[in-house]
Structure formats: C-alpha cells, structure tokens
Design a protein around this ligand. Structure first.
Ligand code: B12
Length: 223
C-alpha cells in the first residue's frame, strides 16, 4: 500500500533506505528508496510520487530551514534522500524512444550550488522527449557561451535559488543574446517570478518542472 505521507517524512528525516543507519530511530524501517518503489508498484503515477511525496517533503524542509528549525547538514541529508527517490523515478519519467523534440542546455547560474529543482526540470524535459545537456551548478557565462557555440539551436534553461544569484541570470541572458540574438531562454527557481523573467528579457518562465516542459514545448513550437 503506497504511503506518500510516509515517503515525504522519510525525505524530511533524510532516511534513504532500510539499511541506512541515519536517523538512528528509523534504522531497519523502509526509507525513500523502498517507499518510492512501493508507490510505483502500487500503480501511482511517477509525477504524483514526485510532487506529493518527494517534493512535498522537501518543501517542509525548506520551511524549517527558513525558520531556523533545521540547518545545512539536515538539508543535505534530505537532499541526498530525495536524490535516491528521483533516481528510481527517472526511468519511469523518461520518454519511450519518442523522436527528439530538440535540445535543451540547462544549468544553475554562477555562484549558486542548488541543483535539486534544476535536476527535476532536466528529468521532466528528458521524459518529454528533449535531449538535455546538463551543465551542472555554478555555471559561468563562458561555459554557457561554449555550450551555445556547440548547440546553436538549443533552448537554454537557467536556474537560480538565491536572490543574490538570480541577478546573474540577466548577465547570462545578455551574454547569450549578444552571441545569438534569436536564442530562446527560459528561467526558473524559487525566487524567480514571471515579472522578473520578463524584466531580464527571458522568453519564458515556469514555477515548476511540469510547467517548464509546457513552456519549452511552446518555445520550440511542439506544444
Ligand atoms: C536544499 C537547499 C540547499 C542545499 C542544496 C542542495 C542541492 N544539491 O541542491 C544546500 C544545503 C547546499 C543549500 C545551501 C545554501 N542555501 Co539553500 N536551500 C535549500 C532549500 C531548503 C530547498 C531547495 C530545493 O531543493 N527545493 C526543492 C526543489 C524541487 O524546488 P526548487 O529548487 O524551487 O525547484 C522547482 C522550481 O523552482 C522550478 N525550477 C527550478 N529551477 C528551474 C529552472 C527552470 C529553467 C525552470 C523553468 C524552473 C525551475 O522547478 C523545480 C521543480 O518543481 C531552499 C528552501 C526553498 N524553499 O527553496 C533553501 C534556500 C534556497 N537556500 C538558501 C540559502 C540562504 C542557502 C545558503 C546561502 C545557506 C548558507 N548559509 O550557506 C547556501 C548557498 C549555497 C550556494 N552558494 O548556492 C535560502 C535562499 C534565500 C534567498 N533569499 O536567497 C533558501 C530559500 C532557504 C531560506 N528560506 O533561507 N541549500
């Protein structure tokens, strides 16, 4: 019987699987790995497991982090647990050999190490049939420009999670536009809004990974 609340709790507590000794009071109990697999076996949609289980857990962690109830090491164990779950979901979100809809170059902008949301967006785009080139985190303008020179027709997807780094999106957009004026760029990340995206000259914005797919499809005329 799938239990998404329990899955979310395992993300919150950073409990990866039954063999994991962290947290000590959950040792021997099913963790993110088993609960994700159970939910799939029970026939739940991968996207439901992702959003109502894994992301729901990480949202609670985010609120507790903001309120100083948990700290960076706690967030890191939750992030690791979440990754264990997304790895199991990935093949189920992947496309079934459909024709490629195009290439997307994705990365978290310079100065920013957050990659959970960016990885989800990459995974969903792959699942929808795009070839995704993941540049990782802390991506410099030079690296983005290099990727553009190698993938002239790609849509660029920029992620930022910090108010101090979201401004680097504008610098990246300006540099990429200078190199190719008709490049299509979509931005996202927790502090980013539709208004901000427009202000910095992005072609699109989406608040989550599913809607990111719709916007990118729209940008390449595949909607
Ligand atoms: C996990 C986390 C970390 C982890 C990151 C681990 C990792 N591998 O990513 C660690 C512990 C390393 C970390 C470090 C820091 N963090 Co932090 N972190 C978070 C936390 C709790 C969750 C982020 C997350 O993964 N959410 C879950 C994912 C699924 O959501 P998401 O990222 O928003 O992505 C979704 C959408 O935004 C969208 N999306 C994302 N990217 C893109 C891209 C495109 C193109 C599109 C269309 C959509 C899109 O789709 C995603 C899926 O639906 C947030 C709190 C929060 N509420 O966001 C703080 C938070 C972002 N961190 C914060 C801070 C302050 C820091 C640190 C400075 C802390 C410190 N004192 O060192 C450092 C900065 C390090 C750096 N230079 O980047 C602040 C930022 C505050 C601000 N206003 O800027 C936050 C908001 C916490 C808080 N409330 O104070 N952090």
């Amino acid at each position: 019987m799938a239990d998404l609340a329990r899955l979310a709790e395992s993300v919150i507590r950073g409990h990866i699987d039954a063999n994991a000794s962290y947290p000590p009071d959950m040792k021997g109990q099913p963790g993110v790995r088993e609960l994700t697999q159970e939910a799939l076996d029970a026939g739940l949609e991968p996207q439901t497991i992702l959003y109502d289980g894994l992301v729901a857990g990480m949202t609670v962690v985010g609120k507790r982090f903001r309120d100083n109830e948990v700290f960076v090491p706690d967030v890191l164990v939750s992030a690791k647990a979440m990754k264990a779950g997304t790895e199991i979901l990935k093949p189920h979100l992947a496309a079934s050999g459909a024709k490629s809809l195009g290439t997307v170059v994705i990365g978290t902008v310079e100065g920013d190490m957050h990659d959970i949301g960016k990885n989800l967006v990459a995974m969903m785009l792959e699942g929808a049939g795009f070839k995704v080139i993941d540049m990782g985190v802390n991506v410099s303008i030079a690296k983005f420009k290099q990727a553009l020179s190698e993938n002239g027709d790609a849509v660029f997807a920029l992620s930022a999670l910090l108010t101090t780094t979201m401004v680097n999106m504008k610098t990246a957009i300006d540099a990429l536009r200078e190199a190719r004026s008709d490049i299509k760029i979509i931005v996202g990340g927790a502090p980013v809004t539709d208004g901000f995206a427009r202000e910095i000259g992005a072609n699109g914005y989406a608040p989550d990974a599913s809607r990111a797919v719709d916007v990118v499809k729209d940008l390449v005329g595949a909607a």
